[in-house]
Ligand binder design. Structure first.
Ligand SMILES: NC(=O)c1ccc[n+]([C@@H]2O[C@H](COP(=O)([O-])OP(=O)(O)OC[C@H]3O[C@@H](n4cnc5c(N)ncnc54)[C@H](O)[C@@H]3O)[C@@H](O)[C@H]2O)c1
Length: 267
């Protein structure tokens, strides 16, 4: 029997990039999927967000695997949209076993010229967003005394970054939420972990390049310092880690930070 047969995963930022890879990997292993995404351009940063077409494609791919897929369009900053999506997930699929808090944004800004829009967007999406989704999902996990929450932080949730202080602050914050929720939710048999990838080959990296007038490979090289000779890792490298953490093989992993960084943080 596939490892995640009968499980339901709620994934934010699922339209493309890492969220899409995790959705497909979990569906291949038997899970039903709730794919939540804002699916439109927002005011900041001005790069390619997920689209409705991408969500529909993902839904058809999940269904072709014989699994159920619920598409939910909304912004993680919008409590009403998040609440409606969680309610729909419960109505359609009955429960939520796995929450992957993945939706996030990234952009460069220097401290002395950073605007309120830049600071507030970064903190509201990358830090308050996971809080808002977790707040609505946890009551359902608590009532079943079962659940796994995986937060997509970054290597930048464990180190500093040049012209990335708002991003770094949001990702360190998410690391802190991970540890604190793990303490609070352990009595309910709910595990909480964070993952910390180095640069990943996704539309985010393309978007950063576009905004900087650089190529994606230049962006990767600027921030990388990977020990292994790769400019970035692939979304499937991340989904492999998420599947391990979401499953029973990781049953005693909670409160911890899981780095997948091609050696970047070793130096
Ligand atoms: N790409 C990298 O190099 C990298 C490295 C480490 C960590 N991360 C983190 O991984 C996560 C996923 O990144 P990615 O590389 O797949 O990015 P991506 O930009 O390719 O995809 C992000 C998805 O999230 C959605 N999204 C963005 N803001 C949203 C909002 N407010 N509400 C709902 N959906 C929203 C987008 O529409 C998009 O589909 C992010 O949290 C990011 O910070 C990325």
């Amino acid at each position: 029997m596939p490892e995640f047969e009968g499980k339901v995963a709620f994934i934010t930022g699922a339209a493309h990039g890492q969220g899409r890879a995790v959705a497909l990997a979990l569906a291949k292993e038997g899970a039903d999927i709730v794919a939540f995404d804002v699916a439109k351009k927002i005011e900041y940063p001005r790069y390619a967000f997920g689209t409705n077409d991408e969500l529909l494609l993902l839904k058809s791919e999940i269904e072709a695997l014989g699994r159920r897929a619920v598409i939910a369009i909304g912004d993680v900053r919008d409590d009403a949209a998040v609440t409606a999506a969680v309610d729909e997930a419960i109505r359609e699929l009955g429960k939520i076993d796995i929450l992957f808090n993945n939706a996030g944004i990234c952009a460069y800004a220097e401290v002395d010229t950073m605007t309120d829009l830049e600071w507030d967007s970064m903190i509201d999406i990358n830090l308050k967003g996971p809080f808002q989704v977790t707040r609505r999902v946890v009551p359902h996990m608590k009532s079943r005394k079962s659940g796994v929450i995986i937060n997509n932080s970054s290597v930048m949730g464990l180190r500093g970054g040049n012209r990335l202080s708002h991003y770094v602050a949001s990702k360190w914050g998410l690391t802190g939420l991970t540890k604190s929720w793990a303490i609070e939710l352990a009595p309910y048999n709910i595990r909480v972990v964070s993952i910390h990838p180095t640069g990943v080959n996704t539309p985010m990296n393309d978007g950063l390049a576009e905004m900087e007038g650089a190529t994606p490979i230049e962006i990767a090289e600027r921030s990388a310092g990977n020990l292994q000779p790769v400019p970035w890792i692939e979304p499937e490298d991340v989904s492999n880690l998420v599947l391990f953490l979401a499953g029973d093989k990781a049953r005693y992993a909670t409160g911890s930070q899981f780095v997948i960084d091609a050696g970047l943080l070793s130096v």
